[in-house]
Every structure is written in structure tokens, then in C-alpha cells.
Design a protein around this ligand. Sequence first.
Ligand code: AMP
Length: 402
Amino acid sequence: MNDNFKNQKVLVRVDFNVPLTDNNEVSDNTRILKALPTLNYILNQGASLILMSHLGRPLRKLDDNGNIQRDKFSLKNIIPELEKLLGRPVEFASDCIGVEAKQKAKALKNGQVLLLENLRFHKEETEGDEEFAKKLADLGTYYVFNAFGTAHRKHASTYTIAKFFDKSHKDLGLLVREELKNANKLLDDPKRPFTSIIGGAKVSDKIKLLDKLIQTSDNILIGGGMSYTFVKALGGEIGLSLFEADYVKTAMDILEKAKANNVNIYLPEDSTISNKFSNNGEVKVVKSTEIPDEWMGLDIGPKAIMQYCDIISKSKSIMWNGPLGVFELEKFSKGTFQVAKEIAKATSQGAFSLIGGGDSVSAINKSGLADQVSFISTGGGAMLKYFENKTLPCIEAILGDD
Ligand code: AMP
């Protein structure tokens, strides 16, 4: 990061979109903790901080009278936790733009911290509105982007705002730099063999990622609901399993491209199936190509688990995105948790492992193995997009043609 923050009023776009309890207290402070190194780095140089973030989706969750639920979605709720973690008082502006924010920003002295109210109380934020972005920009003298989870979105405070700062007055925060550094380990020159494990509900969400991984991975292990579109494309019977008819051709194309690139792509040999999408149905294990009518594949089966774990154990680089089954239901969580365990084991033996955000992060947290993998991304969608394009709009807005 830059080291010219002295005497600056540094506007930092953080991601304080933390979960709150019914009493509006922070129930998981991970995102605040992740922002701290950047905030302390800037403060320690003798600067002041103006922090801006979104919290939830207030404009989509209006009350019965069509008004914003200001208490529930106020960033004021996080002040006690933020003050505790920063070890200094935090001033608050009850609107992110307007007279109060301007006055409080102007009055800030080095070492002081001002938090602005939820950016998403204004529809202009997600619209990427220029005028709104300019009003935010006018509050500070320096802009730092540290909200990796939003780096793929062209919002006013994440993207548009950057144009109002010259190159020597904008920067990427440490959290964003850490995310890029770890993703680049797999994108640039991964230690081989490199195995990608891709699961989740839909092929349609992951096609571009698969397309990219075919160029870089040695092995691709496919699981989750998305695997059944591949199985059916190859002529298998999948019963009521998830299926995207429009993506049969895409699935075939992916399999052919993998072959042409000498990438080993695997579908689950067997599946744990049920006649109900719940823990209460009958459960059995069958070949993934022989799922009876009225039944659905909800997890990879024991043979697939063995095969996938064997490949993972021999890998030196591992990227995981998406659960291998409906891991929220105990009976169909085995594939996901066994794979998580094997990734942790491979990591302890020297492999580099990156968990690519979203539900795989919940799974790794739930399995208690979060501290046994190399890197867990804070941005599901952003990490996917970075893998697809090796750049992100908000990163470009800061680094330009560097
Ligand atoms: P994604 O957000 O695309 O990574 O998808 C995650 C969701 O996929 C989770 O909520 C899983 O429960 C769901 N999922 C995984 N495997 C299956 C499956 N075989 N059938 C239906 N849903 C699944």
C-alpha cells in the first residue's frame, strides 16, 4: 500500500455488511476484523479516516408503509464493536452525504475516525450515480478501496468515486491486495497438480469459471446440483435431480474442451439420493447415471468421495467453490465435509488451498477447519469474477493502466 497518508482525510470503502442479532448487535465481527489492518495502517501514518459501507439491502426490505427500516439497517449498530476493535472513539454521521457529513468530515483531526450512515439508504449508490459519488468524494482527500466482496459491482462508492481522485490519491487496501495475491497464486503459476473442485446448484452460474479453469487446472472435480446436467448430457438418467435443459450443449462443450486441453474432468460416479428434498425422505446410494424417476441426487456418493479425496490428497494447489451436495441437510452433507477435511489434510502436507467464497466458506466454517486451509476469500461473487477475467471493475478504477 502507499505510504503518503499523512495529514490526509482518507475515505475508505469498507465492507461492514455484518450480521446483526434481533437486538441489532454485531453477531459476527469477521468483516470488521478483516478491515482492521488497513485502518490501523492508515491511522498510524497520521491521517484521519472516513469510513463508508453498505449494510444489508434496506431499499428492498421496506416496512409496511414503504419506509426504510432505519434502525435495523443503521451502521450506528456496529459502532460499539468498531470502537472496541479500533481502540478509539468513532464519530457518526446520520446520512452519508449532506451538511452533517460535510461538517463532521471537515472537523476531523489526524487519528480521528468518522463512520458514515449506510450508503444503500440512497438508491444512487447501487446505480453508480456520478453526482452522488462526487458528494462522497468531496468528503475526503484520499480514497482507499478495501471492500473486496463488492469489487465486481460498479456502485457509486466502489467504482464511480475513484474517478474523482488522481493516481497518487487513491489506493487498494490490504484486504483487497491479500485477495488478489492469493488468487494470483493459482492463476499465474500454480504448483502442480492443480485441482479445482466446483460444486453448487447451477451450471449456469459457473460456466465462465469452468471455462477459465479448463485453461489452468490439471483436474476438475464436479459435484453438487450442477453435476446432473453433465450426467444427463452424457445420456444418464437423473430422475428429479437439478437439471438445466438450456445448458446441455454448454456442458458437452466443457467436457470436450477439457479433453482437448488434457484436463481430467470428473463427474461423481455415484450419488446419495432421496425421494424428498429434506432429511425426512428415504435415502439410498446409486450410480449417478441411474437415478430412478421421482428421486433426486442430493450429494456425491461414497465412491465419488473416495475418488475425489484421493485426487485432492495428491494435489499441490487446490481451489474450491461450491458445496458438493445439499450440505445444509445433515444426511447430504458428507461429500462436502469429507472434501473439506481432505483439503485441510492436503494443506497440512504443503498444498496451497483457496476457498473461493460463498457456501464453501460456510461449509469450511461449519466443519471447524477454517484455520487449516491456506486462504478463505471474503468475496464469493467477486472471487468468481476475478478468476473469470483476472481483473475487476473496482480494481481497474484504482490501478488504471498500471
Ligand atoms: P452455489 O451458490 O451455486 O454455490 O450453490 C449452493 C447451493 O447449492 C447450496 O445451497 C446447496 O444446498 C445447493 N446444492 C448443492 N448440491 C445440490 C444438489 N445435488 N441438489 C440441489 N441443490 C444442491
